[in-house]
Design a protein around this ligand. Structure first.
Ligand code: ATP
Length: 251
């Protein structure tokens, strides 16, 4: 099967530092692939290159068979490569449904009627309802965003990404700043989306990573030192050594 995402030898230098050191990676359609690594390993730099925010010095990114190395963020999003949990354009005084319908409108651009209220446009409201349900927030669709709990806010952000029907979700530390209970909820949510979307997850919460990932890649000093099934990663000596003094790998 052709990989949905293929990274070939991505290099990003900051002065003398190799933030990504010839990173190659392939994600099969439907796979949930986690990237882990100690602080400063290069995970954020890698995600930035995938989202189109950081230009690699060399190497290629192929998405759905197409070379997207030079494409900016907005064009990547139109092709179906979406970065989640980074939404800034949320309107706190509007409801969940209005926000998701507006996200759909923004995604579709000029083809929609901006002068008509979003809730009277079935072509926006129907996909919004289904994205809200996928994000597990159906019962809160008429709640004002300002009233949402922290975890529900993450669900809203996910719905706002899902409404555009992305092919690949870049999940950049979705559990950051969450309580155990809230991160458990996000694990459950992502577990439900597994198989429906291809996902690349960067996360420090090892319980979440090992509960969700089909495969795990480990970055150390910019390079991927291991890429395997979670069970094999857990037993990998190189990985254990990279993590000494950092996050504990679950036993
Ligand atoms: P963390 O888990 O702490 O978020 P990370 O794995 O995401 O870390 P990066 O933030 O990608 O790591 O950083 C990789 C290396 O590149 C680090 O040594 C960092 O100091 C360096 N770095 C990142 N961005 C820049 C920049 N804009 N200029 C210079 N150095 C940078």
């Amino acid at each position: 099967m052709r990989p949905l995402l293929q990274l070939e030898q991505l290099v990003k230098r900051y002065g003398g530092l190799l933030a990504t050191d010839h990173v190659s990676l392939a994600l099969a359609p439907g796979e949930l692939h986690a990237v882990i690594g100690p602080n400063g390993a290069g995970k954020t730099t890698l995600i930035g290159q995938l989202a189109g925010e950081i230009r690699p010095d060399s190497g290629r990114t192929l998405f759905d068979g197409r070379d997207i190395t030079g494409l900016p963020t907005a064009q990547r999003a139109l092709l179906g490569l979406a970065r989640s949990f980074q939404i800034t354009s949320v309107f706190p005084e509007f409801t969940v449904l209005e926000n998701v319908a507006l996200a759909m409108q923004a995604h579709c651009g000029h083809s929609f009627r901006f002068w008509t209220p979003v809730l009277s446009q079935a072509e926006l409201v129907e996909p919004a309802h289904s994205a809200i349900a996928q994000a597990g927030l159906a019962e809160r669709s008429s709640a004002r965003v300002a009233e949402l709990a922290h975890g529900e806010r993450r669900q809203l952000e996910l719905a706002m990404v899902l409404v555009a029907r992305p092919k690949l979700l870049l999940l950049d530390e979705p559990m950051a700043g969450m309580s155990r209970q809230e991160s458990g909820l996000v694990v459950e949510l992502l577990g439900r989306l597994k198989g429906q979307y291809t996902m690349l997850l960067v996360e420090h919460d090892m319980d979440a990573v090992f509960a969700l990932a089909d495969r795990v890649s480990v970055m150390v000093n910019g390079a991927i030192v291991a890429s395997d099934k979670p069970e094999a990663i857990r037993g990998n000596e190189l990985v254990r050594r990279a993590y000494l003094g950092d996050e504990e790998l679950p036993a």
